[in-house]
Ligand binder design. Structure first.
Ligand code: GLN
Length: 452
């Protein structure tokens, strides 16, 4: 049924870069066989899923939305992919994304944008717009995204779906093509808090293949999603997020959600996080710095594209230069240049060093806030889905979309976005963000389920 749905709508939505029809049907019938044989199956066995094209799946094209990886078929499964397969989840295909996960609209994909199912003229968020759109358009009930600076949560907000960035280290990064290694985190997307929790519990857990993987028990996110009781829960509204630049309808729905939480018995207070206003600036130095290093491996030798080998008698450096110039889009080149500049001798302390200090201050803001409250809340994104093309030529305007989501990435703490209704002025979905201390991901699900 989901393959049929994809065939019917994906020429308009363009959530998928690759649909693995045969693989999906084979995986589904393997689950049927196991069920018929009376085997004990995981709760998600047989449920279809869309996988962001930044995670490897053995033998299936993985492009990260970039020309430079066109034609590359990874020889191994990411740990996330392997866990999904082991649980009997049926992987339908790979979803569209901003090139190497850089962007907030999926317009930076080298393969054309994804369209928001609520209004095809509008962006589905990014970088994981394909995963969110697949869920919102009923092409898949579940999807996997990755969140380095909001790429699960902001697409969830603008498509009316639920998305979670787990605690950094909770889900293995093995086989996740790195954007910024100290920030990247894979996580679940779905249409309900409980579905999201079920997927979370399948993909989370320690992995010796990832040196930053946490070796701690996974919190009971499913139990929390079933509980949904905020009586006595202390909830902090982040004073610094949600003022200037936030759409009136987004603030209105947020205020209503706060009233609902209060009505359900939560103790809602305002909390200050004085360094959050500096998070965006720090992130847009740390991320380019890390990605300029991570993307050095795309050199025309090891993966995918190679350009200009037969043109004259080029040196290896010339082939690398030609391949990278042809294979990377403008946003990727912009960030590599920003990152190499920020890391260069003489500038390192002023830019990268200062940004790292701000990162520490933001971690301290979170620590201080979580002494007063159990979770923090804010709107997920400043606006509802904007029009395709609206911010494409203005990188700073695009970056500003991430003001609310980035602090959690810098601190390594978990965050959820869930739908809280439509903005009255445009009838488009609004998302509420819940943030919790590291390793307390279950709190997101408890509060999210109460609001749902
Ligand atoms: N908008 C963020 C950026 O462009 C999203 C990054 C991410 O989470 N992958 O960096």
């Amino acid at each position: 049924a989901h393959l049929d749905r994809i065939a019917a709508v994906d020429d308009r939505v363009h959530a998928f870069l690759h649909v693995d029809r045969d693989g999906a049907l084979a995986a589904a019938s393997a689950v049927d066989t196991a069920r018929a044989a009376g085997e004990t199956l995981s709760p998600l066995a047989g449920v279809p899923l869309a996988l962001k094209d930044v995670l490897t799946q053995k033998g299936i094209p993985t492009t990260c939305g970039s020309r430079i990886l066109e034609g590359w078929r990874p020889p191994y499964d990411a740990t996330v992919t392997a866990r999904l397969k082991a649980a009997g989840v049926v992987i339908l295909g790979k979803t569209n994304m901003d090139e190497f996960a850089m962007g907030s609209s999926t317009e930076h994909s080298a393969y054309g944008p994804t369209h928001n199912p609520w209004d095809l003229e509008r962006i589905p968020g990014g970088s994981g717009g394909g995963s969110a759109a697949a869920v919102a358009s009923f092409e898949a009930p579940l999807a996997i995204g990755t969140d380095t600076g909001g790429s699960i949560r902001q697409p969830a907000a603008v498509t009316g779906t639920v998305g979670v960035k787990p605690t950094y280290g909770a889900v293995s990064r093995y086989g996740l093509v790195a954007l910024a290694s100290s920030l990247d985190q894979a996580g679940p997307c779905a249409r309900t808090v409980l579905d999201t929790a079920l997927l979370h519990s399948v993909i989370a857990g320690h992995d010796p293949m990832d040196s930053t993987s946490l070796d701690v028990p996974v919190p009971d996110v499913v139990g929390a999603a079933l509980r949904g009781d905020v009586k006595g829960v202390r909830i902090g509204i982040v004073k610094e997020i949600g003022g200037e630049g936030f759409q009136a309808g987004v603030r209105q729905r947020f205020d209503e959600a706060v009233e609902i939480l209060t009505g359900l018995g939560a103790e809602v207070v305002e909390v200050s996080a004085p360094h959050f206003p500096y998070a965006l600036a720090a992130y847009y130095l740390i991320l380019p710095s890390e990605c300029s290093s991570n993307l050095a491996k795309f050199d025309g030798v090891r993966f995918g594209l190679r350009v200009g080998e037969d043109d004259g008698n080029p040196s290896i450096e010339q082939v690398m230069g030609r391949t990278r110039a042809a294979g990377f889009g403008d946003e990727v080149i912009r960030r590599i240049m920003l990152g190499t500049y920020a890391l260069s001798a003489g500038y390192y302390d002023a830019y990268y060093g200062s940004a790292q200090k701000v990162r520490t201050l933001i971690q301290r803001d979170f620590a201080a806030a979580f002494e007063q409250v159990d979770v923090l809340i804010s709107p997920t994104a400043p606006t509802t889905a904007f029009k395709l093309g609206e911010k494409l030529d203005d990188p700073l305007a695009m970056y500003l979309n991430d003001v609310a989501t980035i602090p959690a990435n810098l601190a390594g703490t978990p965050g959820m976005s869930l739908p809280i209704g439509l903005a009255p002025e445009d009838g488009l979905p609004v998302g509420l963000q819940i943030m919790a201390p590291a390793m307390a991901d279950d709190r997101l699900y408890n509060v999210g389920a109460a609001l749902e």
